[in-house]
Design a protein around this ligand. Structure first.
Ligand SMILES: Cc1cc2nc3c(=O)[nH]c(=O)nc-3n(C[C@H](O)[C@H](O)[C@H](O)COP(=O)(O)O)c2cc1C
Length: 144
């Protein structure tokens, strides 16, 4: 199995309807592809910028195919992979695509992610942020 963890910028701030639509398609498709994961959306109001943090995990061929669709999707851009590689066990087992529409309070205290979506966040993001990204994602999984 393989996983990819990345961050990206929404093409525009997403409405609740757009988020629901994205999740509905993703969950249906992920169930049939054996993919699990978690998607965090954060509107940073100071910058009027929507931001995604997502982990996807599953069989390598399905992840590669999903990744080529995700990277071609014009609903987001500035895609930065913070971690990818093979995994022994799923981190988000049972979640066809968990979702959290996060606000400032939800992100407070997460190193490197408390200002998710600010200019500083986007200039500092790198694979060195992987541990912070996984901690954030796992926190929503464990807390659910
Ligand atoms: C931030 C973001 C996350 C996405 N996550 C998934 C996902 O987990 N699974 C999925 O099938 N599609 C996901 N998509 C949608 C795909 O890019 C694509 O639109 C969808 O899989 C349908 O592809 P198709 O029209 O080529 O069949 C995501 C798109 C965005 C913008």
């Amino acid at each position: 199995m393989k996983h990819i963890v990345y961050v990206s910028q929404a093409e525009h701030p997403f409405s609740a309807w757009e988020l629901a639509n994205l999740l509905e398609t993703s969950r249906a498709r992920n169930v049939s592809d054996g993919i699990s994961g978690l998607l965090i959306y954060r509107l940073n109001p100071e910058y009027n910028r929507g931001n995604f943090v997502q982990a996807i995990e599953g069989p390598e061929a399905e992840i590669d195919s999903l990744w080529s669709r995700i990277t071609r999707d014009n609903r987001h851009h500035t895609i930065v992979v913070v971690q990818e590689g093979s995994i022994e066990a799923r981190m988000f087992d049972g979640w066809s695509m968990g979702f959290k529409n996060a606000d400032a309070e939800d992100l407070a205290g997460f190193a490197g992610f408390s200002d998710l979506g600010s200019d500083t966040f986007w200039s500092d993001i790198s694979p060195a942020s992987a541990a912070g990204a996984l901690e954030l994602l796992r926190n929503f999984y464990d807390g659910a």
